[in-house]
Ligand binder design. Structure first.
Ligand SMILES: *Cc1c(COP(=O)(O)O)cnc(C)c1O
Length: 398
C-alpha cells in the first residue's frame, strides 16, 4: 500500500482524534534514525514522545522481547512473576520509594495515583478530597486525569468531570499557599511541564509545595511520566529539586516502546490499597516487565542518565546561540534531553516542525508556540549539530 491509500483507509475507519497526521510513512529505523519508504533518513528528536529512550534496534532489547514472546507473554496477576518482582525492587531502590503498582500507560498510572491518595485518607478516616494541580499541566486523557489536567480546552466537551480538582497557576507561590489547606488530599504536578510547553517549576515554588503540603498533611504526587527515567539528567526530575514525593508516576520511556507505566509510593502511603481496590489485566505482564527491566538496567548500566545531562547541556547551549541571533526566539528551557524553544507568535513552531521534517529531522511542538526536543538518550553531538545548523538555516531564511 502506498501512503495515499493508507491515508484514505485511516480517514474512513480511524477516529479522527489525530487530525491530519504528518505526511510521511516510516518503515524502518536504526539507532536515532528513521527511514521512509524511499529510504530517506530522518534524525529523531521526538523518540515517540519521550518513549524510545534507547533509540531503535537495540539488540539486547530485541533479544529479551523475542525470548519472552516465545514463552509467556502474559499470564495474569493471579500468579507471581519473577521479572515483575525484580523490576519492583529495582524501581523502588532507584526512587527511594517502598512499593510499586504496574499499569499500562501514563494516564492509568496517574488514575491509580489519584485513587491511592484518596484511599489513603479514606483509610485514615479523613474526608480529604481536594486535589490541587497546576495550570498548563497535562496528566492524561481518562476522565480523572483529564480533570487533573489544568487546561480547560481539554475539559469542555466532557463535562461533568470528576469533582474536587482545583487549579493553581504554576510558579505562583501566593496562589499555592491560599489553595492548600487541611482539606487538601494532594498536590499533583510535573516539575517540568511537558505538553504545557517544557516549563520548569521554580525551586522556590517546589519548596513551597513541600512546605505547605507537610504543614497541612497533604500528599505530594509527582507525575514523572515524561521527565522520569533519566531524561533530565537525574533518574527523576524531582531529584533536581531535592523533592521527596509521596507518590511518583512513570510511564513513557519505562518500557522503551512496550506500553508500561507505574505508581511508586513511599512507605507512609504504599499500603493504602487493600485487596480488590485496584488492579489491571495487562499491567505488569511478562512482556512489559521484560521490556522495562531491560530498559531500566540499560539506562543505568550504560551511564545514559549522565549522558542525558551532558548532552543536554551541549544541546541547550547550541539552542541559546540561536536564541541570541534571532529576536523572535523568546526562550530556551528545560533540562537534559527535554528541551524547549519558545517562539513569538510571528513564527509558528508547528510550521518550523513541518519544515524540519521535510529536511529530515523529527521534532514536536508543545504549549502555546514551543518547539520541543525529546531525542533518544543515545543521540550524539554530531546529530545535535546537524539539527541546530538546520534550525539556524531555516530561521535565517524567514
Ligand atoms: C504523556 C503524559 C501523560 C499521559 O500518558 P499516556 O501514556 O499517554 O496515558 C501523563 N502525564 C504526563 C506528564 C505526560 O507527559
Amino acid at each position: 500500500m502506498n501512503l495515499q491509500q493508507i491515508k484514505e483507509l485511516d480517514k474512513k475507519h480511524f477516529m479522527g482524534v489525530f487530525g491530519e497526521r504528518f505526511s510521511v510513512l516510516f518503515e524502518d529505523a536504526k539507532g536515532v534514525s528513521l527511514f521512509d519508504k524511499e529510504g530517506k533518513e530522518y534524525i529523531d528528536f521526538l523518540a515517540g514522545i519521550a518513549v524510545n529512550c534507547l533509540g531503535y534496534g537495540d539488540e539486547g532489547y530485541a533479544q529479551v522481547i523475542a525470548k519472552q514472546a516465545s514463552s509467556i507473554m502474559h499470564i495474569s496477576n493471579y500468579f507471581y512473576n519473577e521479572t515483575q518482582a525484580k523490576l519492583a525492587e529495582l524501581l523502588c531502590s532507584l526512587t527511594g520509594m517502598q512499593k510499586i503498582f504496574l499499569a499500562n500507560s501514563g494516564a492509568e498510572a496517574n488514575e491509580g495515583a489519584i485513587k491511592l491518595a484518596r484511599k489513603h485518607f479514606f483509610k485514615k478516616g479523613e474526608n480529604r478530597k481536594k486535589i490541587i494541580t497546576l495550570s498548563q499541566s497535562f496528566h492524561g486523557r481518562t476522565l480523572a486525569t483529564l480533570a487533573a489536567t489544568g487546561q480547560e480546552k481539554f475539559h469542555v466537551p466532557f463535562y461533568p468531570l470528576i469533582e474536587s480538582f482545583e487549579y493553581v497557576e504554576a510558579n505562583n507561590v501566593d496562589a499555592l499557599i491560599k489553595a492548600v489547606d487541611e482539606n487538601t488530599c494532594a498536590v499533583m504536578m510535573e516539575v517540568i511541564q511537558g505538553e504545557g510547553g517544557v516549563t520548569p517549576l521554580t525551586q522556590e515554588f517546589v519548596e513551597m509545595i513541600n512546605t505547605t503540603c507537610r504543614k497541612n498533611g497533604a500528599l505530594i504526587i509527582v507525575d514523572e511520566i515524561q521527565t522520569g527515567m533519566g531524561r533530565t539528567g537525574k533518574f527523576l526530575a524531582s531529584q533536581h529539586y531535592n523533592l521527596k514525593p509521596d507518590i511518583i508516576t512513570l510511564a513513557k520511556a519505562l518500557g522503551n516502546g512496550v506500553p508500561c507505566g507505574c505508581i511508586l509510593a513511599a512507605e507512609s502511603v504504599c499500603d493504602a490499597f487493600d485487596p480488590g481496590d485496584h488492579g489491571s489485566t495487562f499491567g505488569g505482564n511478562h512482556i512489559a516487565c521484560a521490556a522495562a527491566y531491560y530498559t531500566v538496567n540499560k539506562v543505568i548500566n550504560d551511564g545514559l542518565i549522565e549522558r542525558c545531562g551532558e548532552l543536554g547541556e551541549y544541546f541547550k547551549n547550541k539552542l541559546l546561540e540561536i536564541k541570541n541571533k534571532y529576536p523572535f526566539v523568546l526562550d530556551v528551557r528545560g533540562a537534559g534531553l527535554m528541551l524547549g524553544m519558545e517562539l513569538d507568535e510571528k513564527v509558528s513552531a508547528k510550521a518550523i516542525q513541518k519544515e524540519l521534517l521535510s529536511r529530515g529531522f523529527v521534532i514536536c511542538s508543545a504549549g502555546r508556540n514551543t518547539m520541543r526536543f525529546l531525542p533518544p538518550y543515545i543521540i550524539e553531538t554530531k546529530h545535535i549539530d546537524m539539527l541546530t545548523q538546520e534550525i539556524d538555516k531555516i530561521f535565517s531564511e524567514l
